[in-house]
Write a protein that binds this ligand. Structure first.
Ligand SMILES: [Zn+2]
Length: 330
């Protein structure tokens, strides 16, 4: 068997330090370079396409997304024929393209376009074979992402089958798949059922990650049932993604805490800010639906502030009143 990194010399070392079950299988030279964070780009790429960059020795602390070592302990040979491949050179082969999509830090739009170019049944077949052949958590995650974003409803049978076997793992990937590959009601209800098993302290941020893509006002009704004090910001982020109406937020403000705090967080999260990538990537951009007049909405917020005059509320309301044009998308 050939070394997983250089793919030229024979395997001489089984290195289990990053994964007992699926170890690195390497020649002596590549093993030495792996341990000294000095892999050549193509060697990093070949390993990342089998093990993912999430493994410690391949991590983004030590390598760029193109496999260039950032803090090597030995000199690295970066000759042209040792560079990692470009998308253009792998896009015509399903297997090479899947390797590329697994090795990279992010699954980008140009990669998804190339995946969509292939016959869907052949792509799904390759995805399923890879999925069944590995226990690597991150590979399975990326395969879910690849299937969801490139195949959509075409892979609904597989996604439904994976949900039937759901054991608490991959809830965020499976939620994205439910949103992109299954009929709305079926997908949304599968995710709500799965969220029932999430511990209360983790629920806000897990719920955000699982539900924001659905962009449904049904999520607002669900938040009402689940929200508890102390209110986490993730509830407001989820509500912001879920097409919130002024009528709903007004009811929350009138009902007081914890709902009023979610209403205020929702409005704040409709003002894009650096670092909030999930909401910023949504199209169309999240805005307040069916707003009332700015004068009336400002008056309601000021009245609320008189009843709940703490710095968090006061500062947020000042910011909201200054940004109505952004919040309402006008
Ligand atoms: Zn080697």
């Amino acid at each position: 068997m050939n070394c997983q990194a250089c793919k030229i010399r024979q395997v001489e070392v089984i290195e289990k330090c990053d994964d007992e079950i699926e170890p690195y299988k390497l020649c002596h030279e590549c093993h030495e370079r792996l341990l000294s964070y000095s892999l050549r780009p193509i060697e990093w790429y070949n390993l990342a396409s089998i093990h993912t960059f999430n493994k410690f020795l391949l991590h983004d602390d030590f390598y760029e997304d193109d496999g260039v070592a950032t803090q090597p302990e030995k000199d690295v040979d970066e000759a042209k024929d040792l560079m990692a491949p470009a998308l253009d050179s792998v896009k015509d082969s399903i297997e090479s393209l899947l390797d590329y999509c697994i090795a990279k830090w992010w699954l980008e739009e140009d990669m998804i376009s190339c995946l969509k170019y292939h016959m869907p049944h052949l792509l799904l077949q390759s995805i399923k074979i890879r999925f069944d052949c590995t226990q690597n958590y991150f590979i399975k995650s990326r395969l879910y992402e690849i299937a969801s974003k490139s195949l959509g409803r075409f892979c609904e049978g597989w996604i439904r089958e994976r949900w039937r076997m759901y054991n608490g793992e991959h809830i965020m990937c499976l939620s994205e798949a439910a949103c992109l590959c299954l009929p709305f009601d079926e997908g949304f209800n599968l995710v709500l059922n799965a969220l029932e098993c999430i511990p209360e302290n983790e629920l806000p941020h897990v719920a955000f990650s699982c539900l924001y893509r659905f962009r449904t006002q049904s999520a607002l009704n669900w938040i009402e049932i689940k929200v508890k004090s102390p209110v986490k910001d993730s509830w407001g982020r989820l509500a912001a993604a879920s097409n919130p109406t002024w009528d709903k937020l007004n009811v929350w403000l009138q009902n007081g805490r914890p709902y009023s705090l979610v209403a205020i967080d929702t409005l704040i999260n409709l003002i894009p800010y650096p670092g909030e990538n999930a909401l910023r990537r949504l199209t169309p951009r999240p805005i307040l639906i069916n707003p009332s007049s700015i004068a009336l909405m400002s008056q309601v917020l000021k009245q609320y502030c008189e009843k709940d005059n703490v710095p968090r509320v006061r500062q947020a309301i000042e910011k909201i009143i200054m940004n109505w044009d952004i919040i309402t998308g006008s």
